[in-house]
Design a protein. Structure first.
Length: 91
């Protein structure tokens, strides 16, 4: 599955759960998806095709978001977002 298709599926699920979602351009390394939930949760997600990994810069930014209290994830499929949305403690 293409990265763009995975990203679209994740965005659709987040919006259905009531999240405000931003996927517009961002600085190099920033997560692909930035979202804010109706419950005050802020989730950022780096999306890659199956078998691909985030770059070093992307990993650095994911950690910077975590260090600031955001939930920050790397996903290579759209199924895992269901667990994240339903379970605040998913890591």
């Amino acid at each position: 599955m293409r990265e763009s298709a995975i990203q679209s599926a994740i965005v659709k699920k987040l919006k259905k759960a009531g999240y405000l979602v931003n996927t517009l351009g961002a600085p190099a390394g920033f997560p692909d998806i930035r979202s804010w939930g109706p419950d005050g949760r802020a989730i950022v997600i780096e999306v890659k095709r199956k078998g691909k990994k985030p770059t070093e810069l992307q990993e650095i930014y994911l950690q910077k978001f975590r260090d600031r209290g955001y939930e920050a994830y790397f996903l290579d499929n759209s199924k895992e977002i269901d667990k994240i949305i339903l379970n605040k403690s998913y890591k």
